[in-house]
Design a protein around this ligand. Structure first.
Ligand code: NAD
Length: 439
C-alpha cells in the first residue's frame, strides 16, 4: 500500500531529489492557464461564465453570490457545524490577533529616524477550494488573518457547484456569513485568480490573491504574480511524520490517512528510526483505510510516488530528512517531542506529540492551515497577518542630521558613478558638502 525507502547506512547526498514528492508541473500548466487568464482580461464576466460552464459543468447567470443566498446558508446551517465553525474562528482569531506588529521608530542619529509602518493591502481576493472537497475551514483560515491585518476590502471566491444551482457550497457561504464577509463569488480555478487580478464588470480588481488550490489555481497565481501579490503556492497537501519506537502505530497510520484523504496526489511520508514501527504502521494502514469513506482516493495517495516510509539510522538523520523534505505539515512522535521539534528548521507547521495531530491544525488549533507545499517551506511560511501587510519605511531627517550624513552619501554616490545622487545632497547646502563630523 505504501512504498519503503531504506536510508539506513548513509543518507544520499541528493536527499531532496530522492525523497518522495508529487510530480506537479506548475510550469507546464502555465501555458494552459495563460489563455484562460487572457480571456478573462479581455472579455470579463462573459469569459468567466463560459469557463465555469466548461470546467465546473454549470451555467451561471451572475458571478456575485446574492446576499439572500449567504443569509439563507447561515440560517440553514447545522447548529453543530455552526458551533464548531464559531469555535474555530474564535481560536484562529486569538492566534492571529497576536501576530499584529506595532509600527517601530528607530532613532538612527539625533534628528534622524526611520519608522517601519505596517500597512495592509487595499483589497484581497481569497480563494477557497471547492473541487474535490469543500473547505469552509479555508474560509476561516484566509479571512481571519486578512481581517486582523485590517484589510479594508476583502472578497471570497469558491467554485460554482452544480448540485447547489451554481452557488458555492452552502457551508462555505455560511462560514462567510459568520465572518461578516458579504462579497462572495461563485468562481473557481484559474479564472477566479484572473477575475481578481484584472477585475470584471461584476468584481473590482484586488491587489492580492491568497488561498490554496489545485494546479490551475497555483499556475494562475504564478502567472499573475507581480500584477497581484500572492501568498505561497499552497498546493496538494503533505504530511511528514518523524517517529521513533515510542510512537503509537495506530495514531501514526490514522494521521497519514487523514491527509491522504485530501487528494489522490496528497503526500504522506513517515520517517522513522524504528523498523518495528514501520512494519506496524504498514500493517495498520489497510484496515484503517478500508474502514473510511474515501478509501479509493486514500489508497491512490498512499500508493503514489509522493508517499512512503523512510527508514533512517538515527533521529539526527531523521531530522536531516524532514528538513530536506520541508513538509507542509510535520508531526513529531518521539520521546521528548518538544525538544526534537525545536531542532526542525524547515516545515510549514510543526505538530508536537501524539495529541497534536494535523487534523487539529486543519480546523481548531488556532494555527493557520494555508501552508507552503512542494518544499516551499524551506523559504516561506504559512498564511498569517503579516502576509497582508507591507512594511513601509518612513524616513524623517532634519537639516543637521542630513548634514552629518552628507559626506558619506556623496562618497558612495561617486563610488557608484551616480554623481547626481551626491548633487541632490549638495543642492541643499549651497552646492557644498557640509564638513560636519558624522555621528
Ligand atoms: P480547486 O477549487 O482548487 O479547483 C477546482 C477548479 O479547478 C474548478 O473550479 C475548475 O474551474 C478548475 N479546473 C478543473 N479542471 C480544470 C482543467 N482541466 N483546466 C482548467 N481548470 C480546471 O479544488 P480542488 O481541485 O479540490 O483542489 C484543491 C487543492 O487544494 C487540493 O490539492 C488540496 O490538497 C489543496 N489544499 C491545500 C491546502 C493548503 O493549505 N496547502 C488547504 C486546503 C486544500
Amino acid at each position: 500500500m505504501i512504498s519503503r525507502i531504506d536510508m539506513r547506512g548513509s543518507l544520499p547526498a541528493n536527499l531532496r531529489d530522492v525523497l518522495p514528492r508529487a510530480e506537479l508541473d506548475v510550469e507546464a500548466a502555465l501555458e494552459k492557464v495563460r489563455p484562460i487568464c487572457d480571456d478573462v482580461r479581455h472579455r470579463g464576466v462573459a469569459a468567466v461564465r463560459e469557463l465555469t460552464a466548461r470546467f465546473d459543468g454549470v451555467e451561471i447567470a451572475t458571478t456575485r453570490v446574492p446576499a439572500e443566498a449567504i443569509e439563507r446558508s447561515l440560517a440553514e446551517l447545522d447548529p453543530r457545524v455552526r458551533a464548531a465553525l464559531e469555535e474555530s474562528i474564535r481560536r484562529t482569531r486569538l492566534v492571529h490577533r497576536d501576530q499584529r506588529r506595532a509600527d517601530v521608530t528607530t532613532q538612527v542619529v539625533p534628528g534622524g529616524t526611520v519608522t517601519e509602518r505596517w500597512v495592509p493591502v487595499d483589497r484581497v481576493g481569497l480563494y477557497v477550494p471547492g473541487g474535490r472537497a469543500v473547505y469552509p475551514s479555508s474560509v476561516v483560515m484566509n479571512v481571519v488573518p486578512a481581517q486582523e491585518a485590517g484589510v479594508p476590502s476583502l472578497a471570497v471566491t469558491s467554485p460554482a457547484q452544480k448540485e447547489f444551482g451554481g452557488l458555492p457550497h452552502p457551508t462555505i457561504l455560511a462560514a462567510c456569513a459568520l465572518l461578516g464577509v458579504d462579497e462572495v463569488y461563485n468562481v473557481g480555478g484559474a479564472q477566479a485568480v484572473a477575475m481578481f487580478a484584472y477585475g470584471t464588470e461584476e468584481c473590482a480588481p484586488a491587489t492580492m490573491v491568497t488561498g490554496p488550490g489545485n494546479i490551475w489555481v497555483a499556475a494562475a497565481k504564478r502567472l499573475l504574480k507581480g500584477r497581484i501579490g500572492i501568498d505561497s503556492e499552497a498546493g496538494p497537501t503533505e504530511i511528514a511524520i518523524l517517529a521513533d519506537d515510542t510512537a503509537d502505530p495506530v495514531h501514526v497510520a490514522a494521521d497519514l490517512i487523514s491527509q491522504a484523504e485530501h487528494d489522490t496526489i496528497a503526500a504522506a511520508v513517515l520517517v522513522t528510526t524504528s523498523p518495528e514501527l514501520a512494519e506496524a504502521v504498514e500493517k495498520e494502514l489497510p484496515g484503517q483505510v478500508s474502514a473510511t469513506r474515501h478509501s479509493a482516493r486514500i489508497t491512490e495517495a498512499l500508493a503514489g510516488r509522493q508517499s512512503g516510509v523512510v527508514l533512517v539510522d538515527s533521529l539526527d538523520d531523521g531530522l536531516k530528512v524532514v528538513d530536506a523534505y520541508a513538509a507542509e505539515h510535520l508531526e513529531i512522535h518521539t520521546a521528548d517531542a518538544a525538544a526534537v521539534a525545536a531542532r526542525v528548521r524547515n516545515a510549514g507547521a510543526i505538530f508536537v506529540g501524539t495529541y497534536a495531530p494535523v487534523s487539529l491544525g486543519d480546523y481548531l488549533a488556532g494555527s493557520n492551515h494555508v501552508l507552503p507545499t512542494g518544499g516551499c517551506a524551506c523559504h516561506s511560511g504559512g498564511l498569517s497577518v503579516q502576509s497582508f501587510l507591507r512594511g513601509i519605511h518612513v524616513v524623517d531627517y532634519s537639516r543637521d542630521a542630513l548634514a552629518r550624513a552628507a559626506a558619506h552619501v556623496t562618497v558612495l554616490a561617486d563610488a557608484e558613478d551616480l554623481p547626481a545622487h551626491g548633487a541632490a545632497i549638495r543642492a541643499r547646502f549651497d552646492w557644498r558638502v557640509p564638513q560636519t563630523e558624522t555621528d
